[in-house]
Design a protein around this ligand. Structure first.
Ligand code: PAF
Length: 283
């Protein structure tokens, strides 16, 4: 399997693929690949001639230096895993920070029409400027026809759709369902850092979301939110950062239920210093 480390190598590969009329799918990742990533890659392979997978822990999207340092880096294992899926149709791009940012490791400033200020934006200062910067650069390097993102980062998915629209990037953005452990825990590279006890308890997040969804059928968003806050307050292992029921288009917290709108419930919670997020469609 080809593993390229520079954008010049990628440009050369893309040129020859395009000369042969190949369609290009793209799955950007930060590595520590798991079944959730593999499901994005399998979907991308079924819809494109070839698939590029980038593996790059992007420093500009971390608002916390320790989180950046602790983020799992498992390139060799990732490459081995990818080659079990396809040796010929997957191309890996694993750049250095220098290849992406040269000497200037900083983000550009983006206006995502307010999507960037809700939820993750409120708690992770500058996060979506970092995501916008890296995804735009990667799209310019890989020039994909389609790119695949998991709904676990639903806010990121909406923001990337906005990025493509605003900058006319000409990439189809495809959102893919959340992949879960048998316990219900949403798959995430960060799960690798959980202790067995934390991992077991973390399934509480999805169970709470499922109950919140049921309650939302008959109760107001305020009542459901109060219930979730109380439920988390009784949990000894998980610390809730936020629970929000929001409109899927604007990501603004719901004011009054309307059956013309679609809503999702979003959670961020800590197990020790490990931050976990999840969400669920409510209607
Ligand atoms: O979702 C992620 O893993 C990252 O935010 C992404 C899209 C690869 C950008 O670094």
């Amino acid at each position: 399997m080809v593993v390229a480390n520079t954008k010049e190598q990628i440009a050369e590969i893309i040129l020859s693929l395009r000369q042969n009329d190949n369609s290009i799918g793209f799955v950007p990742t930060m590595g520590a690949l798991h079944k959730g990533h593999l499901s994005l890659i399998t979907k991308a392979l079924s819809e494109n001639d070839v698939v590029f997978v980038s593996i790059f822990v992007n420093p500009t999207q971390f608002n916390n230096q320790e989180d950046l340092e602790q983020y799992p880096r498992t390139l060799e294992r990732d490459v081995r895993l990818l080659s079990t899926v396809s040796k010929t149709k997957i191309f890996t791009y694993a750049p250095s920070v220098k290849d992406i940012y040269a000497e200037n490791v900083s983000s550009n400033k983006f206006d995502f029409d307010g999507l960037e200020y809700e939820m993750e934006g409120e708690f992770r200062d500058g996060h979506f400027d970092g995501v916008g910067t890296i995804v735009k650069r990667l799209f310019e390097i890989v020039t994909p026809d389609r790119a695949y993102f998991g709904e676990k980062d639903f806010q990121q998915l909406q923001i990337i759709k906005k990025l493509v629209e605003k900058y006319d990037l000409g990439v189809d953005i495809i959102g893919c369902e959340i992949h879960r452990e048998p316990s219900g825990l949403a798959m995430s590279s960060r799960n690798e850092r959980l202790t067995p006890e934390q991992k077991e308890e973390a399934s509480f997040i999805y169970k709470t979301l499922q109950t919140a969804k049921r309650k939302f059928g008959t109760k107001s968003a305020t009542k459901v939110t109060e219930w979730v806050n109380k439920t988390f307050a009784n949990n000894k292992i998980l610390k809730l950062e936020y629970f929000v029921i929001a409109d899927v288009e604007t990501l603004k917290p719901i004011k009054r239920k309307s059956n013309k709108k679609q809503y999702r419930a979003f959670v961020a919670a800590y197990a020790g210093d490990i931050r976990l997020i999840d969400n669920i469609a409510l209607n």
